[in-house]
Design a protein around this ligand. Structure first.
Ligand code: MEV
Length: 424
């Protein structure tokens, strides 16, 4: 029988879980998962709430950003990400740490007009009234101005085919500011409607946050990069080559950038930020000259490896779901941040550390070596190895011709059998 999902949003939580259980023929144990991860206050965050979906949170260490030691809470389901970030940060720490630059922190919103016979003329009219329109924006959110923020400037861009974008730049202070900005934009759009006798097609913030750029850099003496049989100088050269390949080839750039976003997203989630917004902005910025390229650049003069990464990272430390997410608040304490800018600086450093570790591994031992160890550990645990048995089982697994569940279970059984015999 198909369950009835009509008016699902109006049902109580118990009714909803019953309907779902009926539809998917859930066992009592499966139904119990809804209860296990349930958090009352999360009804306020999303619609049709059932339960929470847990993701592991860990801590990356060794970060020195602008001379300050930082620990980094990261939420990710991917093994090796936190180890890689900590590893990259450790090398940079020995080299004096990351330095960051943040010149401006404004959000951009767009009002788009359509069907304009003369977009240039409309743009001129709007620009002539820019000051008044900024006042309209501020009046739509007076508390922001009181806190030192507010609308800062306005520009117009003729998009072609009769479309015009009016871009509003707003200092949103400590928030990510999407809601604030959207209500300011709608107020400005109304005034523009009266002024130009055109209804706006839409008013919405842009995730291409080019007025919230932040940059991390590091300079590493090549000796610190030595890995196994590879000299530091060779590793530096190979990392610079890997960086060049990511500039030339979108196939490699995509993976290169995925590695960077492994770190940025994990911190974005841990700090209660909208990682889809950061993702879309970062990838758009990676294609700013018309070709999709690696987000970071590594160069070497033979003695030092220089790394840099610049991205739009318009994060917030108040507002949105942060106010009801106790862990996001706790993570701000772990990070020791006071401002949204502090978080941006740390986040960009995490991206660069992640990329450093990935490239160094890729051009030397390969990525699998580190991954394999963690994968074998998960396999041994899934096969029932105890913490005390793990080191020995891992040693045996590494040498085993097949590394699957059955082999691991057999190795554990053999080990226990031998132990029993020697104990007797
Ligand atoms: C895996 O999640 C990320 C890497 O593929 C990044 C890279 O290739 O640079 C290791």
């Amino acid at each position: 029988m198909t369950a009835d999902f009509r008016h699902f949003y109006q049902k109580t939580w118990a009714e909803r879980t019953d309907i779902v259980a009926q539809q998917a023929h859930l066992t009592p144990a499966e139904q119990a998962l809804f209860k296990q991860y349930y958090l009352e206050q999360h009804h306020e965050i999303i619609e049709n709430y059932l339960t929470d979906y847990p993701l592991p949170m860990g801590l990356a260490v060794n970060f020195v950003v602008d001379g300050v030691n930082r620990i980094i809470p990261m939420v990710t389901e991917e093994p090796s990400v936190i180890a890689a970030a900590s590893n990259g940060a450790k090398i940079v720490k020995r080299a004096g740490g990351f330095t960051t630059t943040l010149n401006q922190r404004e959000m951009i919103g767009q009002i788009v007009l359509e069907h304009l016979a003369d977009p240039e003329q409309t743009a001129t009219i709007i620009e002539q009234h820019a000051a008044a329109l900024l006042d309209v924006a501020d009046a739509a959110h007076p508390s922001l101005k009181k806190r030192g923020g507010g609308a800062r400037s306005l520009r117009t861009r003729v998009l072609g085919q009769g479309y015009l974008s009016i871009d509003l730049f707003v200092d949103v202070q400590a928030a990510m500011g999407a809601n604030m900005l959207n209500s300011m934009l709608e107020a400005v759009a109304k005034s523009i409607g009266v002024m130009t006798k055109t209804d706006a097609l839409m008013s919405i913030l842009s995730n291409y946050a080019t007025a919230s750029l932040v940059k991390a850099e590091c300079d590493i003496p090549v000796g610190l990069l030595q890995a196994g049989r590879y000299s530091g100088e060779l590793v530096a050269q190979k990392m610079a080559s890997a960086s060049t390949v990511a500039q030339l080839d979108p196939y490699r750039a995509t993976t290169h950038n995925k590695g960077i976003m492994n770190g940025i997203d994990a911190l974005a989630i841990a700090s209660g930020n909208d990682w889809r917004a950061l993702e879309s902005g970062a990838h758009a910025y990676a294609a700013k000259d018309g070709q999709y390229r690696g987000m970071s650049k590594w160069t070497t003069d033979g003695t030092t490896l220089h790394g840099e990464l610049e991205l739009p990272l318009p994060v917030g430390i108040v507002g949105g779901s942060i106010k009801i997410n106790e862990l996001a608040q706790l993570n701000q304490r772990l990070l020791g941040i006071q401002t949204a800018g502090d978080l941006e600086r740390i986040m960009i450093a995490v991206g660069l550390a992640q990329n450093l570790a990935a490239l160094r591994a890729l051009v030397t031992t390969g990525i699998q070596q580190g991954h394999m160890h963690l994968q074998l550990k998960s396999l041994a645990m899934a096969a029932g190895a105890t913490a005390a048995e793990l080191p020995k089982i891992l040693q045996q697994l590494e040498l085993a011709p097949q590394q699957d569940l059955a082999t691991t279970q057999r190795l554990i059984a053999d080990m226990r059998q031998i132990k029993e015999e020697t104990d007797d």
